[in-house]
Design a protein around this ligand. Structure first.
Ligand SMILES: [Zn+2]
Length: 117
């Protein structure tokens, strides 16, 4: 019996990808997160940056999650450099809950760009 909520949720699409249970090309991975392509890209480059920890949305962040947030931005910068869109520029988007356009309820950041190539 666990005292705290488990960090992963059985039926969460992103938890399944993070556990390697769904065939997905992982472009980048750290101890804290993974990066893969959005299956419905809105731009030439559309990546999802997803923490391993199951956090429903920004509303559910806890003080201990600060390091994860830093990692999300560092990974975004790394991927933008690697895909050569850093100089042109790109968007980082975090949708929060249904009204904010969130579809998968596991916190994630969209990296969108590449229009100029
Ligand atoms: Zn999850």
């Amino acid at each position: 019996m666990s005292m705290s909520r488990p960090p992963i949720e059985k039926d969460c699409v992103f938890c399944r990808i993070a556990r390697g249970e769904t065939p997905t090309e992982i472009l980048h991975a750290t101890d804290q997160l993974i990066v893969f392509r959005d299956i419905r890209p809105q731009a030439p480059v559309h990546l999802l940056i997803v923490p391993h920890k199951h956090i429903r949305s920004v509303n559910d962040l806890e003080a201990d999650d600060a390091a994860i947030l830093g990692e999300l931005f560092r990974a975004a910068r790394e991927m933008a450099r690697r895909l050569d869109i850093a100089r042109d520029g790109y968007r980082l988007i975090v949708n929060v809950e249904r009204g904010g356009g969130q579809v998968i309820f596991h916190l994630h950041m969209h990296l969108i760009g590449g229009w100029g190539r």
